[in-house]
Design a protein. Structure first.
Ligand SMILES: Cc1cc2nc3c(=O)[nH]c(=O)nc-3n(C[C@H](O)[C@H](O)[C@H](O)COP(=O)(O)OP(=O)(O)OC[C@H]3O[C@@H](n4cnc5c(N)ncnc54)[C@H](O)[C@@H]3O)c2cc1C
Length: 378
């Protein structure tokens, strides 16, 4: 290939990491087209900042227009079709033919898959949902607030528990916590299946702060009428006054229509994230790679693809296989953040040591955000 054209669909955690790495390795020696329908990147965890009014949507948005990387062109366009056989991407503005195509389109939410969720519930998983909640939370004075995970898989395993611990903080600061009960409904037995110590720390905090943990249940429906209730997977009704749902997740429709997905997600080879189509890769939440859906794993997948492509294009070296590893920060409230250093794939079994929550952890998380934005946009 002379100057290979790499088309990256989606400029989230995975797409931004891959574009940055290819630019760092090759500069103008590659032609990277990075496409996203949005005009800015927002970290998943910034949705907490929005919903609790710590920062505005604008303040947490990193504008793609700032990307100035040799070899990389950003296009703000909506992808309407992907032909993996021909490596052709069609958007609402143009058609792109790729030598190498990487799909990093993340996961969409299917709010209407849960009856009543749209009418009677709220969500904080999308930026719009977090903005809307920022207008709702200040009016809550009493009652039962339920954070409920509809089904798995869902992004960022700790996020529902983080939401509960931050709600506890928020209502305490407003002086209304005594009149408010908080519960978390999860399909899992423990908050983060990959880490027992991290899960125990969350459950200890729940006990200390009187947050109820309701395990091994999905949400079948949210029922309105004279009194609100979450209908759990076992058929029982959980009465509540405010329901914050983590909606069902699915690949974007354009991925389904492309034929890339099987059983809901894009299958990839574990080592280099290749799909069954020649020179087509997929990273992050849109895949069925054997890791949870989280930015850190999208990032490490992008690292693996970047190394693999670098070896291929230079025709030298050996690419490290995907390790499914990364550091996951967990908000515990009171300004303290814990950390799990997860490694899913590089050893014989999963390792996930936990570092207890502290102010130092909060500083590390802020540093994580700053260094990533610098690397992706600087
Ligand atoms: C509340 C919350 C907290 C979280 N906290 C953390 C955390 O602390 N750590 C962590 O690692 N992860 C966290 N996550 C999860 C994290 O945000 C995602 O897992 C991560 O963003 C996935 O990266 P990705 O590249 O696969 O997809 P995304 O980052 O979702 O990127 C996909 C991109 O594709 C674009 N796109 C989709 N369809 C189209 C189309 N048709 N045309 C053009 N563009 C399109 C989207 O606009 C998007 O920019 C959190 C998530 C939430 C909701």
């Amino acid at each position: 290939m002379a100057t290979p054209h790499i088309v990256i669909c989606g400029a989230g955690f995975g797409g931004l990491e891959l574009a940055s790495r290819m630019s760092a390795a090759f500069g103008e020696g590659v032609r990277v087209t990075l496409i996203d329908k949005n005009d800015a990147f927002v970290f998943g965890f910034s949705k907490f900042e929005i919903m609790f009014r710590r920062r505005t949507r604008d303040e947490v948005s990193a504008r793609y227009a700032r990307i100035a990387k040799p070899g990389v062109t950003f296009r703000r366009e909506r992808i309407t079709a992907i032909d993996p056989e021909r490596r052709r991407v069609v958007t609402d503005a143009a058609t792109y033919d790729a030598d190498v195509l990487v799909v990093a389109l993340g996961a969409d939410y299917d709010i209407d898959a849960t009856p009543g969720l749209r009418e009677h519930g709220h969500e904080f998983y999308s930026v719009d949902g977090a903005v809307a909640l920022a207008g709702v939370l200040p009016h809550i004075e009493r009652g039962h607030v339920v954070v409920g995970v509809v089904s798995e898989p869902f992004k960022c395993p700790p996020a529902p528990c983080e939401a509960a611990m931050l709600l506890d903080d928020y209502f305490t600061a407003r002086g209304v916590r005594g009149q408010i009960a908080i519960s978390v409904v999860s399909p899992w037995e423990i908050p983060i299946p990959a880490t027992r110590p991290g899960s125990d720390a969350i459950l200890d905090r729940f006990r200390e702060r009187n947050i109820a943990w309701i395990p091994k249940q999905g949400i079948a429906a949210v029922e309105g009428g004279p009194s609100l209730a979450a209908r759990l997977g076992d058929g029982s009704a959980l009465a509540c006054d405010v329901f914050l749902g983590i909606p069902a997740h699915r690949v974007p429709a354009v991925v389904v229509e492309s034929g890339l997905a099987e059983n809901g997600w894009i299958p990839v080879d574990k080592a280099h994230l290749a799909t069954r189509f020649a020179d087509v890769y997929a990273v992050g939440d849109c895949t069925s790679a054997p890791v949870p859906k989280a930015g850190i794993f999208a990032e490490s997948a992008a690292r693996a693809v970047a190394e693999h492509l670098t070896v291929r294009l230079r025709n030298e070296g050996v690419a490290r296989p995907y390790d499914g590893a990364g550091s996951c920060f967990i908000e515990f409230g009171d300004g303290n953040v814990g950390r799990v250093d997860v490694d899913f794939l590089s050893g014989p079994s999963v390792t996930a040591p936990f570092t207890p929550a502290s102010a130092q952890g909060a500083a590390e998380k802020a540093e994580f955000a700053a260094t990533h934005l610098q690397r992706w946009f600087g």
